[in-house]
Design a protein around this ligand. Structure first.
Ligand SMILES: Cc1cc2nc3c(=O)[nH]c(=O)nc-3n(C[C@H](O)[C@H](O)[C@H](O)COP(=O)(O)OP(=O)(O)OC[C@H]3O[C@@H](n4cnc5c(N)ncnc54)[C@H](O)[C@@H]3O)c2cc1C
Length: 313
C-alpha cells in the first residue's frame, strides 16, 4: 500500500491536522510519503525529518506561493499521476474541502471525506449529525481520504527519518486563473482554540451573563483559552468564534475543562479528541461524564469562586 499525505501550511508551520493525517496513514500501514507545497514547503518538510516517512516531496512555484485552488489542484494531480499512490490523505480542513474535490473529479477517483476511524481496510465516517457511523470502502484501487480533526493523535507518530525530494511541476497562468488575497480570518484577537493546549469551556450551567467574567478570570489564572457551548454563544454571552461543536470549532487540547456542559453529541463531536477531559456538572447522570477522564459532581457557581480564591492564594 502506497500512501501520499498532502500537507498543509498553517502560517509558516505544519498544520496539526497534517501531523495527525501522517499518524493515521502510518496506522493504515505500507509506504507513507508526503507532499509539501507552497513557499514554506522546505520548512514544513523540515519539521518531519525525525518521523518515519519514506520521503517528503517539496513543490515550490511562484503560482502557488500562497494557497489557491487552481494551483493546488494541478500540483496535487501531477504528483499523484507521477507517484501513483493507492491512497491520498489530508486533514479535513477548509483548504482540503476547497481543492480536494477538484482533484477527485479531475482524476476520476473517489474522495471519502471526514473520516473518524479505520476498520480493517474500510473507513468510518459519521452521518446524520454524528448520530450514526457508516463504514465505507473505496470502489477503485486509488482513493482520496480526509481525516477529521483529532481522529488520530500526533502523539502516535512513529519516529524515524525521511528524505526530502524537490519536484518540478508544469504550471502556468492558463491553469492558475485565480489570485489569492491574504487569508481572511474572523477577528478572534489572539484566540487560537484549534492549537490551544488548555481550554476552559463553559455551558448553560453558568446560568447568566454576569457569571461569564469569572470563567475568564479562571482561564487567565490557569493560562487557558475560553470556549463555550452553543447556548452560551446563542445567548450572546460569548463570541461565535469560541463555540465548540458540530457547528463551531473542533478542538483537541491536552486538557478540556468543561464547566456546566451536558455533553450533547453536537458539542462532543467538537471536543472528543481532547487528550484529557475534566468535567464539572451538578447532574451525576450528565452524558459528559461518559467521556470525561475526571468527573466532579458539583455546582460550578460554588466551585469556580473557590478555585479562583485558592489560585490567588
Ligand atoms: C444542528 C445543530 C447543531 C448544533 N451545534 C452545536 C455546537 O456546535 N455546539 C454546541 O455546544 N451545541 C450545538 N448544538 C446544541 C446541542 O444540541 C445542545 O443543545 C448544546 O450543546 C447544550 O449546551 P449545554 O450543554 O451548555 O446546555 P444544556 O444541555 O442545557 O446543559 C447544561 C448542563 O449544565 C448543568 N448545570 C446546570 N447548572 C449547573 C451548575 N450550577 N453547576 C454545574 N452544572 C450545572 C446541567 O446539569 C446540564 O447538564 C447543536 C444543535 C443542533 C440541532
Amino acid at each position: 500500500m502506497d500512501i501520499l499525505v498532502v500537507l498543509e501550511d498553517n502560517h509558516g508551520s505544519l498544520h496539526r491536522m497534517s501531523r495527525e493525517a501522517i499518524a493515521g496513514a502510518q496506522k493504515i500501514g505500507g509506504t507513507v510519503s508526503a507532499l509539501a507545497l507552497g513557499k514554506n514547503a522546505d520548512s514544513m518538510a523540515g519539521e518531519l525529518t525525525n518521523i518515519d516517512i519514506e520521503y517528503v516531496i517539496t513543490v515550490k512555484h511562484d503560482l502557488i506561493s500562497s494557497y489557491n485552488a487552481d494551483g493546488y489542484t494541478e500540483v496535487v494531480k501531477q504528483v499523484i499521476e507521477s507517484e501513483s499512490p493507492n491512497i491520498i490523505i489530508a486533514g479535513h480542513t477548509y483548504q482540503t474541502r476547497d481543492f480536494m474535490p477538484r482533484v477527485s473529479a479531475k482524476l476520476d477517483i473517489p474522495f471519502i471525506p471526514d473520516i473518524v476511524a479505520l476498520n480493517s481496510n474500510r473507513f468510518v465516517k459519521q452521518v446524520l449529525n454524528a448520530k450514526l457511523n457508516a463504514t465505507i470502502s473505496a470502489s477503485k484501487d486509488m482513493c482520496i481520504l480526509s481525516f477529521q480533526s483529532a481522529a488520530f493523535s500526533d502523539d502516535d507518530l512513529l519516529p524515524g527519518s525521511c528524505n526530502i525530494q524537490p519536484m518540478e511541476i508544469n504550471l502556468d497562468s492558463s491553469i492558475v486563473r485565480s489570485i489569492t488575497e491574504e487569508p481572511f480570518q474572523e477577528d478572534a484577537g489572539d484566540v487560537d482554540l484549534e492549537n490551544a493546549d488548555f481550554i476552559i469551556s463553559v455551558g448553560r450551567g453558568i446560568e447568566k451573563e454576569e457569571n461569564i467574567p469569572m470563567v475568564f478570570d479562571l482561564a487567565k489564572a490557569l493560562g487557558a483559552e475560553v470556549s463555550a457551548s452553543r447556548p452560551v454563544v446563542d445567548s450572546g454571552w460569548m463570541d461565535s468564534f469560541r463555540q465548540v461543536g458540530s457547528s463551531g470549532q473542533t478542538v483537541a487540547p491536552k486538557l478540556y475543562f468543561s464547566l456546566g456542559i451536558s455533553g450533547a453529541i453536537q458539542h462532543v463531536v467538537g471536543m472528543k479528541g481532547s487528550k484529557n477531559i475534566l468535567a464539572i456538572n451538578k447532574d451525576s447522570e450528565a452524558p459528559i461524564f461518559e467521556i470525561a477522564d475526571y468527573a466532579v459532581i458539583g455546582d460550578i457557581l460554588d466551585i469556580i469562586p473557590k478555585l479562583l480564591e485558592a489560585l490567588q492564594e
